[in-house]
Design a protein around this ligand. Structure first.
Ligand SMILES: [Zn+2]
Ligand SMILES: [Zn+2]
Ligand SMILES: [Zn+2]
Length: 137
């Protein structure tokens, strides 16, 4: 499915720029969380620089179009928010990432609300770490 990122940006009342479209299209194509470094490599250092990518992902995150994920790599990864609620399992040896489609967080949220006295849970972040089959041989 080809997403209309121009329409999405307009809907958020923000400017449609080549770098914003490039980052969104790349994340759609890759369908996996990418670091700022990987985004620069994929788009090309001649076309985009670190500061632009950094500002772009920060803005897109604020707009709710992308989500930030922490794989404990010391830098953030980003993926499209429209991929829906899912999680990842990361190999601590080779950094292989697999998607975890199931999410039981909604049920946990009910318990958390009861126990914490909070009035709402707006989001959650949950990643799993382990050793992939290749690395366990
Ligand atoms: Zn994902
Ligand atoms: Zn591995
Ligand atoms: Zn979830």
């Amino acid at each position: 499915m080809q997403l209309d990122f121009t329409a999405q940006l307009r809907e958020k009342r923000t400017r449609v720029t080549p770098s914003r479209l490039a980052v969104l299209s790349l994340l759609e194509k890759e369908k996996r969380p990418l670091s700022v470094e990987k985004i620069i490599t994929a788009i090309g250092e001649d076309a985009i620089d670190y500061v632009t990518v950094y500002r772009t992902v920060t803005l897109l995150k604020e707009l709710g179009l992308i989500r930030q994920i922490d794989f404990h790599h010391g830098h953030a990864h980003y993926e499209l928010a429209s991929l829906g609620d899912h999680h990842h399992v990361v190999c601590v040896k080779c950094d292989k990432v697999a998607e975890v489609a199931r999410c039981n967080a909604k049920r946990m949220e009910q318990e958390i609300l009861k126990e914490s006295g909070f009035s709402t849970i707006t989001d959650h972040s949950l990643e799993f770490f382990g050793i992939c089959r290749n690395c366990s041989i």
